[in-house]
Design a protein around this ligand. Sequence first.
Ligand code: DX5
Ligand code: ZN
Length: 220
Amino acid sequence: AKEIKVSPSLLAADFADLRGEMDKINSSEADWLHLDIMDGVFVPNISFGFPVLKYVAELCKKPLDVHLMIVQPEKFIREVRALNAMMMNVHYEACPHLHRVVQQIKEAGMKAGVTLNPSTPVSLLEDIIEDVDMVLLMSVNPGFGGQKFIPHTLQKVRSLRELIARKNAHALIEVDGGVNNNTAPELIEAGVDVLVAGSAVFKAPDMKEAIHQLKIIKGK
Ligand code: DX5
Ligand code: ZN
């Protein structure tokens, strides 16, 4: 079986102890660290911004997987690059000129990810899939951690797997929202490559063990 990547979401971390949280992440089996940036416009919440993430980026030894839930994300390519981010994910719904934004992210030296809200169909990626490094499927409506997984996501993972195979594209499939030991097996079976997990990791009694458990889950 292929190796599943785990990208813990900082949104559920103890912000009063970011150094302690990053020490644990650094010594865990986490593959990446997922950073959720919100603007109170694209989503009905505000999380953290670049002044905070500058310190997170200094403390974290894992590649950064940045998820921008903001309007006009192309305005912040330079700031995301300055964090030394590995991946920049922008929302399909926030980018009328998605092709240009994807090229700009890649020109800045990062991998480019496109994110779909739960109600946005996978078929809309037909003409961009070959250009992207990852598709992030939201399995909750973005804006908050700790929400319930939307089961229809499994069908979207399967359609996306088909689209990627048909186009001979290389994009990874990441899923974000309500991912835990109960929802992960079916996602893996459906063809996910990367699991984002916030509460399931940071609110667990033993974070490193919670990450380990997600790493060893097999498809159902
Ligand atoms: C939601 C964020 C997620 C969130 C997931 O808007 O994009 O990354 O942190 O949190 P859990 O895993 O608790 O659903
Ligand atoms: Zn996210």
